[in-house]
Design a protein around this ligand. Structure first.
Ligand code: HEM
Length: 251
């Protein structure tokens, strides 16, 4: 989450900075689905399924006890449920979960799998404007804040479960560290959110020009493979010019 949100926040610096970061991730090539499923989706699904079971068996007692720790216990469960719904929809919205033709043909008209890594900034900004322009920004705002709370407070509770901070004094110290961590990650998360939701149509057009220029140069330099499915379907004069370039397709 820290790496992901920082990468997204890098768009605040420039389209180029963000695009370079996405190129780096996608340079994993054929290993990418293995990294995604082995390192991200499978652990998330495991945590999600275990989390539903934990939340179902939770004994919420905030109506009897109004201590901060009782509230934190309840919030940990609520934010977990919000994070689960958020992540399911977020991955579907940007990535699509699976990348195979007939399935993508069904979900793309619903405006899912909207992110195209070789037009990273422009497709990210466009995807936030789908469904009326306010649904996704609001959904992402609630979702990312829930994820940040769930991670920061979750590290504190995990430390107790694993016996890392047991005494009240140690727990109080760990609590301060998680509050600082949560506050820093909130700033990074809100930066990532703003970078994605702020651009208007004119910014998107400028982003696309930069992306197409970078695409052409990087394919020629052999940094990335010429994969049309990783590019936006929207045709601009620059896109057309870049597609006409004679570039090797077997890297
Ligand atoms: C404003 C905040 C966020 C933005 C702009 C954002 C953007 C993106 C984008 C563009 C992708 C697609 C990457 C690709 O297909 O190459 C993605 C995937 C993903 N995001 Fe986020 N994200 C945000 C917040 C979060 C948060 C809080 C989480 C919590 C863990 C998260 C977890 C994921 C996961 C698990 C994937 C799938 C990984 C993959 O595609 O391999 N994102 N996100």
């Amino acid at each position: 989450m820290v790496i992901h949100l920082t990468t997204n926040a890098s768009l605040l610096n420039s389209t180029e900075t963000f695009q370079r970061a996405v190129y780096m991730i996608h340079s994993a090539g054929k290993a990418l689905p293995i990294i995604e499923w082995g390192g991200i989706f499978a652990p998330l699904l495991f945590h999600g399924i275990l989390g539903i079971w934990i939340a179902k068996n939770a004994k919420l007692n905030t109506s009897q006890y109004r201590f901060t720790s009782n509230r934190r216990y309840a919030w940990q469960r609520w934010t977990g449920i919000i994070a689960l719904v958020y992540l399911f929809m977020h991955i579907w919205h940007m990535h699509g979960w699976f990348h195979f033709g007939p399935y993508l043909d069904v979900i793309r008209p619903l405006q899912m799998a909207s992110f195209r890594p070789y037009n990273a900034a422009s497709t990210l900004a466009e995807s936030m404007n789908q469904w009326g322009g306010f649904v996704w920004p609001a959904f992402y705002l609630v979702g990312i804040l829930a994820c940040v709370y769930h991670l920061a407070n979750g590290l504190w509770t995990a430390g107790i479960t694993w016996g890392l901070w047991i005494s009240p004094a140690a727990q109080a110290r760990a609590s301060k560290v998680s509050v600082v961590f949560g506050a820093v990650l909130t700033v990074i998360a809100l930066s990532a959110w703003w970078a994605a939701v702020a651009p208007g149509p004119e910014d998107v057009a400028n982003m696309r020009t930069i992306e197409d220029r970078m695409y052409k140069a990087n394919v020629e330099a052999g940094v990335i493979s010429d994969l049309p499915e990783k590019r936006s379907a929207a045709v601009t004069p620059d896109t057309a010019a870049a597609s006409e370039t004679d570039v090797p397709s077997d890297q």
